[in-house]
Design a binder for this molecule. Structure first.
Ligand code: SF4
Ligand code: SF4
Length: 442
């Protein structure tokens, strides 16, 4: 029964900390779109508490409101009581998942994705090889020409159209090494979290991450045995599998003996920082989870710390750049100023602030696929603000946001005028001044 599962999973003390002030309402995209109390953080917390207090039976409307939440956590930084809403919604989704009866095909897709694919990086690389073959063999061109993609849901077709070139090899295979020395004096020994999707669809960004880190004085360790961070699992109610992945990552990075664990994806970094909460009821792993989480940083934090602002050589030509921040980087990792500081230090880049750049773009993991209407509305709103900046480059710091921004540029007819770029790739194009460049090649 869902009610019992919710009572067992929900942190009642945190639920009770909500004082119903409503400060979170204006920050919530689903409340802004619908105007419904039940589609707001305060409303969802009230629903959770009503179930936990035994005054309400959770029905399909309850489940729908929980599923409509983006999990963007924009409600957290504005909450005066410090309610950890992200944890509450994940606990709720875990309970829902435990009792929900999916149709057979949904069960099969979830099983393949969450158990057999994302946790197995070797299989992710094999998928990358197949995608690469599809993209390079002419099949993709034929499929597009014949209009086969029209049978897919609109959002999936849009994603296929902006899919970057896949790779069947990860960063470790590209470099042929697991430890890459610092350029010049070693300042830190850094463990690089390469991600599951990042290492297949954004392998060039991962390579640029190593270049930037080594040039900043970091010895980079690509810890062996690391796996997917578990964010997609946790956000989809598969917390037990997320815990299994967390244990593997903790083991891999502990063995690597690093000072810092660096991520170049806001969604992954925020999840890695949550391992201490995820494993708080596991006495065997909790201490090492705390060690692990306390060492996780976003690459922008490390670059601001280690690179003098006047050390960047600059972009080859003058460009206007704007920044759409990743929700989990901003609201989860609390990294807000560093990416902007970096963009402002690049010669030849004119930083233009994006109105409501702190609002979710609608990507939110697989939200744009499972809640296409709300995601589409949020994206259209976002692209209106993006177009107003008249920027040449739209910078993001998470792979899901990057794909969503590429889709948005296409959808808004801005192709040819603007490109979406990961901050790491932009910085790699503004390489450091003489004497500090790494000569790493794939
Ligand atoms: S996580 Fe985002 S969508 Fe969900 S309640 Fe909070 S602000 Fe609203
Ligand atoms: S801001 Fe915090 S305390 Fe106030 S209603 Fe929202 S969740 Fe509750």
């Amino acid at each position: 029964m869902l009610k019992e599962a919710l009572i067992e999973k929900l942190d009642y003390e945190e639920l009770s900390n909500c004082m119903r002030c409503g400060f979170c309402q204006p920050a919530c995209p689903t409340f802004r779109e619908t105007g419904y109390e039940a589609a707001s953080p305060r409303g969802r917390i009230a629903l959770m508490k009503a179930v936990a207090d035994g005054v309400m039976q959770p029905d399909q409307d309850f489940v729908d409101q929980m599923n409509l939440c983006l999990g963007c956590r924009a409600c957290e930084p504005v909450c005066p009581a410090g309610v950890p809403y992200g944890q509450l919604i994940e606990q709720t989704r875990e309970a829902i998942e435990e009792v929900q009866e999916h149709p057979t095909w949904v069960k099969a897709v979830r099983k393949v994705a969450f158990t057999h694919l994302f946790p197995r990086q070797d299989r992710m690389y094999r998928l990358g090889s197949m995608l690469r073959f599809y993209q390079r063999s002419g099949i993709q061109k034929a499929v597009r020409k014949l209009g086969v993609l029209r049978i897919l849901p609109k959002q999936m077709g849009e994603m296929e159209a902006i899919m970057p070139e896949a790779s069947g090899r990860g960063i470790r295979e590209f470099l042929g090494a697991t430890v890459i020395p610092a350029v010049g004096e070693r300042k830190r020994r850094v463990g690089m979290f390469h991600g599951c999707i990042m290492d297949v669809l954004f392998s060039e960004t991962n390579l640029n991450t190593v270049r930037l880190l080594t040039e900043a004085g970091c010895e980079v360790v690509i810890a062996q045995g690391q796996v997917c961070c578990g964010a997609l699992h946790a956000h989809s109610g598969e917390r037990e599998e997320a815990r299994n992945l967390a244990r593997k990552n903790i083991e891999a990075f502990t063995k690597a003996g690093v000072d810092v664990i660096v991520s170049n994806a806001g969604g992954c970094g925020a999840m890695l920082q949550e391992y201490n909460h995820l494993l708080e009821n596991d006495p065997q792993w909790h201490e090492s989870a705390k060690w692990f989480s306390s060492r996780v940083k976003d690459i922008s934090e490390l670059l601001v710390e280690l690179v003098e602002p006047d050390a960047w050589a600059g972009l080859p030509e003058s460009k206007r750049v704007t920044y759409q921040s990743s929700c989990h980087l901003r609201n989860g990792m609390k990294v807000t100023k560093e990416p902007v500081n970096l963009l402002q230090s690049i010669p030849n880049a004119t930083y233009v602030p994006l109105r409501e750049g702190d609002r979710c773009c609608g990507s939110a993991g697989i939200y744009n696929l499972v809640q296409p209407e709300m995601a589409g509305n949020l994206l259209d709103e976002k692209m209106g603000h993006v177009a107003a900046t008249q920027a040449d480059i739209l910078v993001t710091s998470n792979p899901g946001c990057l794909l969503q921004m590429k889709a948005g540029i296409k959808r808004a007819g801005l192709e040819g005028q603007m490109e979406a770029v990961h901050i790491v790739d932009l910085l790699a194009g503004a390489r450091r001044k003489n004497g500090t460049s790494s000569d790493l090649q794939a």
